[in-house]
Each structure stands twice: as C-alpha cells, then as structure tokens.
Design a protein around this ligand. Structure first.
Ligand code: PDD
Length: 285
C-alpha cells in the first residue's frame, strides 16, 4: 500500500491512510452491504455498464438506495483510476447501509450509505496462470439462498478459497446436491466432449456473472453451442475442457479438478479461443 494510493470515500478522494470508517458501520457489524469489481485493461473499464447495472440491482434487492446513477459512478471510477495511474487491474466499489447504533433492523431512512472505492494494480491479461492453467478443488457450498445478490457477506467463499490455497490450487468450485454451483469468486464452465459449452442456468443459487454473459455471447464465434444446465461433479471430472470466468480472471483454463487431469491436462483449445475473443472484446471497449 504505497503512500500515494488514493481511495474514494463518501464523496472524497483521499490518501488511503486517511480513509476511515466508523466501527458502527453496518458493513463492518453485519456485512450489510453490496460490492462490485470491474477490471481495468489498457486504462479502460471492462464490461462496466453491466457491473454497474448489477450493483444497482443488488442494492435494490436489499433496500439500499443507489447513491449514484451509472454515469456518476463511471465518472468517479474513471477519476480514481486516473489518480492512481492504473492501466491494468481492478476497481472495487462498495456501498453499505451506513453508520448507526447496532440494531438488526434497518436504521432510519435518512442514514447515508457508506460509499467506498479503491483500485488494485494487477496483471489481468498477461496472467501466467492462464498459460499454465489453473487447478481447482471441489468443496461444499455453505452459502445462503440469495447468491444472486453480490453481498459483502463472503465468509463461505473465504473458507472455500482458503481450502484451495491449503490444497495448493487456485480456486474452489462449490458443490450443492452433487452439482457445481460456481467458483468461490468465479463462474464455472465445462466444454463437453460433443463441443457443448455448459454452465449453470441463472437463479438465486449463483451470481449472474458479467463475464459469464459476455462469454456466452462469444460462444458461437468459437463454434460452440450453449447448454445452460446443472453440471454434476462427475461430468466435470470427465469434461473435454473446463474454465472459470470473473472480472479478475477473465477466462481462466482449468487443467485439473480434485487432482484429476481435465482433457490433456493443459489449457484446452476452445478455452484458449474464448479467452482470446474475450480479451479482444475487452480491449475494443
Ligand atoms: N467475484 N461468482 C462469484 C461467487 C463471484 O464472487 C464472482 C466475481 C463471479 C464472477 O462474476 P463476474 O464475471 O461478474 O466478475 C461469480 C469478484 C471478481 C470478486 O469477488 O472479487
């Protein structure tokens, strides 16, 4: 955290060290808030309109007023990215229900939300993991029933990712009733042996991934037909190819699940093609 890092808090651009939130913030006490993450590539925000639309929807689902319209959000994001000189990485946005004496029910309607943003410089396009391919493990999905809301309550995902780290792999795919729901911070896909691109249909059981939606639009260009249905773990282990998507990973090839090699144990050709197509799209703005 360099001394020159600038973050955004409640209307101000501040040095990181000066950006403080009171201990009674409901994000801190109850994880009562929503977040979003957009990638930055070549200094530009990727798929940002869709991320801001999901932010608005998530806030609406838990009754927090969106403090900004999309144009204002984008103006603030762009200023933060420029102030930090980030050309590749992420911008993180968070809105909580604000600061109030601790009480479970909502505070009075005039309580201002806490609005915060920071950037992270990071290599997202030329990521060496994408060359090598990621290994994943499956873990039980311990989450609540409204996973379509991008809530800051991420304890189950924290535990899942830690299991992955302890197993020496990159991601954990969460499993419910024998089928993969999604990754701890990504959407899961397989390519079946008959060239179907398979991913779970949208519902309250998973986050509607923004990268997922873009990749599904690119499937035809990679000569793939789409099947939105549940993916049993046994089928994933036997898939021709597998990958996961997110704002930070883009399209990340999976080469091993639970110690078992997928396909030839290296990034699959269709996955590589989808990654290229997605990068082209992201760069085109
Ligand atoms: N996570 N599923 C979950 C549970 C996620 O947390 C994420 C993103 C995704 C992928 O969504 P998208 O393509 O819109 O990024 C799917 C972000 C990157 C994070 O928590 O850092």
């Amino acid at each position: 955290m360099s001394a020159s890092r600038i973050v955004y808090l409640n209307g101000e651009f501040l040095p990181f060290e000066q950006a403080k939130v009171p201990i009674m913030d409901r994000g801190f006490l109850f994880a009562d808030g929503i977040y979003e993450v957009s990638a930055i590539l070549d200094g530009r925000l990727v798929d940002n309109a869709a991320h801001l639309a999901r932010l608005d929807r998530s806030l609406g689902e838990i009754g927090i007023r969106n403090p900004h319209d999309s144009a204002e959000w984008e103006r603030l994001q762009t200023e933060l990215v420029q102030r930090n000189g980030v050309t590749e990485g992420l911008v993180y946005m968070q809105v909580t229900r604000g600061v109030a004496e601790r009480d479970f029910a909502y505070p009075s309607a005039d309580t201002p939300p806490t609005v915060m943003m920071f950037t992270q410089a990071k290599t997202v396009a030329a990521n060496p993991l994408a060359e090598k391919g990621a290994r994943v493990i499956t873990v039980e999905d311990l989450r609540w029933k409204r996973r379509d809301i991008k809530s800051v309550a991420l304890l189950a995902q924290v535990l899942a990712k830690q299991q992955a780290v302890e197993a020496g792999v990159s991601e954990a795919w969460m499993v419910e009733d024998g089928a993969i729901t999604e990754g701890s911070s990504s959407t899961a896909f397989i390519v079946s042996r008959d060239r179907k691109l398979v991913t779970r249909p949208l519902s309250t059981a998973l986050l509607p991934g923004i990268t997922r939606a873009s990749v599904l639009k690119l499937a035809a260009e990679a000569d793939l037909t789409i099947e939105e249905r549940l993916i049993p773990v046994a089928e994933a282990l036997d898939a021709a190819e597998a990958f996961y998507t997110s704002a930070s990973a883009f399209v990340m090839p999976v080469v091993e699940i639970d110690g078992r090699a997928i396909g030839e144990g290296k990034p699959g050709p269709l996955t590589k093609r989808l990654r290229e197509l997605y990068l082209d799209l992201a760069r085109a703005g």
